[in-house]
Design a protein around this ligand. Structure first.
Ligand code: BDR
Ligand code: CA
Length: 329
């Protein structure tokens, strides 16, 4: 088998807390279930949930699936440009069982051992250089800070693959997607870092609506898979109430870039040039996507996921999760 692709996942994982997005957790589970990928580490960032809740969720998730060997480092609690009141609103609905004393100590130990996410990202690049792919599933705060702190070192990374942005409309405002909207300042640094960004925006990630029936099989399997199914369905109901949808559903957003890394044939990508809107009164956080580069004077393009083979994607995702985690309590 070909050498595994080394990836570092930067994430704002909600799975484990109620009333927030579960797709980061599903993406991490897929990465750990994919023989083509080697997860060199996980870093957390405030986004779907505050940073500390995300770190607790990761601790619990990795322990539960028996992957304590995956190193993780807690990242930035706040976006470079500060926390918007809309983000505080999102965080207000989130509920998580409080950490036990043992979990609190474990988190402190991990922080002391691995340092901050920015340290951890830079150390990983030092260790693996262009053998390392950064996968960002949340706001780009940690990556932006790492790129600003050590631009040359950061420039050695192989590629950056993100769930974020949109070539058309947004989901937080008419123009902005959540991850980009949370921290446009950091995103701007990342898109200008000289490293190619492969962008999985809303255009592609909203092509598949996941409804409860699709993952009903997880419930029948019991144990951890039932927990995953229940958390997902809970979230679908929460979303449909909050956004006034007729039926409960969610998107697999963050699982898509991971699936592409595992099997690039699942998606097509096209060149694109991206500017991040930082100051627009109505457009802050928008990714301004130029698909023919006429306005970017010959600079190296990023890439935009443009097509998905939906059935094959779902087969890979559902199959690998079911096969790998069945039997875990
Ligand atoms: C993105 O924001 C969060 O809701 C999801 O986890 C995903 O990363 C979608 O806009
Ligand atoms: Ca996310």
């Amino acid at each position: 088998m070909a050498e595994k692709l080394k990836i570092l996942i930067d994430t704002d994982p909600g799975l484990g807390a109620r009333n927030t997005d579960v797709d980061d957790g599903i993406a991490i589970l897929l990465a750990l279930a994919s023989p083509e990928l080697e997860v060199a580490g996980v870093t957390t960032v405030g986004g779907n949930v505050p940073r500390d809740i995300g770190s607790l969720n990761i601790l619990r998730l990795l322990r539960r699936i028996g992957r304590k060997d995956i190193p993780f480092a807690p990242g930035s609690a706040e976006p470079v440009g500060g926390v918007d009141t809309k983000l505080e609103d999102k965080w207000r609905g989130v509920e998580v069982p409080s950490p036990t004393e043992e979990e609190k100590e474990a988190l402190l130990r991990i922080k002391a051992g691995n340092g901050t996410a920015v340290d951890f990202i830079l150390r990983s690049i030092e260790a693996f250089g262009d053998g390392l792919t950064l996968v960002a599933l949340g706001p780009l705060t940690n990556l932006g800070l790492a790129a600003a702190q050590a631009p040359e070192l950061f420039g050695r990374v192989r590629q950056i693959v993100i769930m974020g942005g949109s070539a058309r409309s947004g989901n937080v405002s008419a123009t902005a997607e959540f991850n980009l909207w949370c921290d446009p300042e950091a995103a701007d640094v990342v898109f200008r870092s000289g490293i190619q960004v492969v962008m999985f925006g809303l255009d592609i990630t909203t092509r598949i609506e996941v409804v409860p029936q699709v993952i009903a099989g997880w419930s029948e399997a019991g144990g951890f898979l039932r927990f995953l199914q229940e958390a997902s369905v809970d979230y679908m109901h929460f979303r449909s109430q909050r956004y006034g949808r007729k039926h409960p559903f969610m998107y697999y957003h963050d699982a898509m870039p991971v699936a592409w890394l595992a099997d690039p044939l699942l998606f097509d990508t096209v060149p694109c040039w991206v500017d991040v809107e930082k100051t627009g009164r109505y457009t802050r956080g928008m990714t301004v996507v130029d698909q023919d580069g006429r306005f970017h004077g010959g600079s190296t393009p990023h890439r935009l996921a443009s097509e998905i083979r939906s059935e094959a994607f779902q087969e890979l995702l559902l199959g690998r999760i079911q096969d790998t985690y069945r039997g875990i309590d």
